[in-house]
Design a protein around this ligand. Structure first.
Ligand SMILES: C[S@@+](CC[C@H](N)C(=O)[O-])C[C@H]1O[C@@H](n2cnc3c(N)ncnc32)[C@H](O)[C@@H]1O
Length: 315
């Protein structure tokens, strides 16, 4: 890791360039198997709260990245949209597995500019902002929630777009225009004040009637009870068995959401489940069912065991 102290150091913000190295054993059963490596350089902050947390790399995004890289067929040729994208790692992985379109978003402007820097550094997004009409006036700031903004910023590259999208003021028409096959989110279930807005966004994006995908998506998930039937899933399987036992249904035209999360506060998580239920969304815990390969063996500070993988869809 190379530490880059910038002018913000005096304010306590220390920037670092981190290299995330994903190692792919070509054949896990063969001892002398070749190992492929994918290295993703990322600018991030060592101050966890800079950019409303979005300039740090959170373990949930490492887990979601491992998930995407472990099950590339679920994402290739799909339109993928991420909420609360932070440093942009998930988008870089989606691009790597050849998602047909990758749209990243965040409500925080400093996070968004750091994300763009990271995309550029990974040879992805270099174009200038492309303004898009929105109802959201204020840049994301919890103190300013409720304001109206006339523009949101979109940066586009051939593959990746970055969208300034605070959940509080994401209009229905903008969300419906995105038409993702797959919605993703890593470590976005933590602030009780934001959760109703996040779930509203999800509900619009997952609405089968209004937000149906242009391309067929792939569903891989288990039987769903009510959202309060939330459970830990059913143990480890290989990929095919996991998909079969989890009810892999092949192509479907309905959008799906995959969220990775650490449950820090049970009450907050229960609040999320209650909101999901109220919006008539289905939620399944895939944690034990669809385990991603361990592609970050050297990242010792990353505790995979605390991760949850959730699938959401409309009922
Ligand atoms: C804990 S960070 C996770 C970042 C990234 N997904 C990761 O796992 O590394 C939460 C992210 O959600 C964004 N966020 C929080 N509240 C938001 C809101 N109300 N609207 C849009 N984005 C929000 C933050 O700016 C931040 O990037």
């Amino acid at each position: 890791m190379i530490s880059l102290k910038d002018d913000n150091t005096v304010k306590g913000n220390v920037r670092a360039l981190k290299y995330i190295s994903f190692l792919f054993p070509d054949d896990a059963n063969c001892e002398d198997a070749m190992v492929r490596k994918m290295v993703v350089p990322l600018h991030c902050s060592l101050n966890m709260l800079e950019g409303d947390t979005g300039c740090s790399i959170w373990p949930a995004s490492l887990f979601l990245s491992e998930f995407i890289l472990s099950f590339p067929d679920m994402f290739s040729s799909k339109t993928c949209f991420e909420v609360g994208s932070g440093v942009g790692l998930v988008g870089i992985c989606l691009s790597h597995v050849k998602a047909s379109k990758v749209i990243l978003s965040d409500g925080d402007l400093s996070t968004l500019s750091n994300m763009k820097l990271n995309l550029k550094m990974n040879q992805m997004s270099t174009e200038d902002d492309e303004p898009v009409t929105s109802e959201c006036l204020d840049s994301f700031d919890h103190a300013q929630i409720g304001g109206i903004r006339t523009e949101i910023d979109i940066i586009s590259s051939p593959q990746v777009k970055c969208l300034h999208l605070p959940w509080e003021c994401a209009s229905e028409s903008i969300l419906q225009g995105l038409k993702p096959d797959i919605i993703l989110g890593a470590d976005v279930i933590y602030d009780p004040l934001c959760l109703p807005h996040l779930v509203r966004v999800l509900s619009i994006l997952l609405d089968k009637t209004k937000s149906s995908s242009r391309l067929p998506g792939v569903g891989c998930g288990g039987a769903i009870g009510s959202s309060h039937d939330y459970s830990d899933g059913c143990g480890s399987h290989d990929v095919v068995a996991a998909c079969n036992s989890a009810g892999y249904a092949g192509p479907t035209e309905h959008p799906m959401a995959y969220f990775s999360s650490v449950i820090r506060n049970a009450n907050t998580f229960d609040h999320f489940l209650a909101l999901v239920d109220k919006e008539n969304l289905a939620i399944t815990d895939l944690t034990g069912t669809l385990q991603p390969a361990s592609l970050l063996p050297y990242m010792q500070s990353y505790d995979r065991l605390s991760m949850r993988l959730l699938k959401l869809s409309s009922k």
